[in-house]
Design a protein around this ligand. Structure first.
Ligand code: PRP
Length: 186
């Protein structure tokens, strides 16, 4: 077990450990407030907004973000997975849980932790688009800008991320490191 930063001890008995803090807790907090402000001002105040968190990776980002958005909204979740225990996408995005909330006629904001290959966004944009939302936008904390064929470009991006495997603030490696309050590279 080793200490990465400021007394944050990492998971015991993991072969791979984060090496470098890429976005600190403070940097992320500042950016989340900026994005939340933009989202607050973007949607008509009297029209329904459904914030859809893509689990598991977005759970910390989503909870910080919605608390900083200053307008009525509903929260639901969607679960998809493609990485399993590896560091590269399988390309096969499985929809494991569908939102209970109705989509048709509502503004839907899909919250992602990271856009990497873009497979997840493309799969979900297709699935959600068929349900005729009033609008469909994506807010991603991190965007690697590697995907060349995104069917829906994220309207809000926290950070243009380096092409490294990133963990923390919800992002995992084989389920480790999601709890770190900052983003680090392996
Ligand atoms: C990761 C991440 C994104 C997606 C991005 O999810 O959380 O949702 O992959 O990758 P892509 O752009 O290449 O599709 P993962 O499948 O690891 O599930 P998780 O959210 O439960 O960690």
């Amino acid at each position: 077990m080793s200490e990465l930063k400021d007394g944050h001890w990492l998971t015991q008995a993991v072969e791979t450990e984060p090496k470098r803090v890429v976005y600190s807790e403070e940097t992320i907090a500042r950016r989340v407030l900026e994005i939340a402000d933009e989202i607050t001002n973007f949607y008509p105040p009297d029209e329904g907004l459904l914030v859809l968190g893509l689990l598991k990776g977005s759970f910390i980002f989503l909870s910080d973000l919605v608390r900083a958005i200053n307008r009525p909204l509903h929260v639901d979740f969607i679960v998809a997975s493609s990485y399993g225990a590896g560091t590269t996408t399988s390309g096969n995005v499985k929809l494991l849980y569908d939102p209970m909330a109705p989509i048709e006629g509502r503004h839907v904001l899909l919250v992602e932790d990271i856009v990497d290959s873009g497979n997840t966004i493309n799969r979900l944009a297709e699935a959600l688009g068929h349900r005729r939302p009033a609008s469909l936008e994506i807010c991603a904390l991190l965007h690697k800008h590697l995907a060349t064929d995104l069917s829906l470009v994220p309207r809000w991006v926290g950070f243009d991320a380096p092409p490294e495997f990133l963990v923390g603030y919800g992002l995992d490696h084989a389920e480790d490191f999601r709890h770190l309050p900052f983003v680090a590279s392996l």
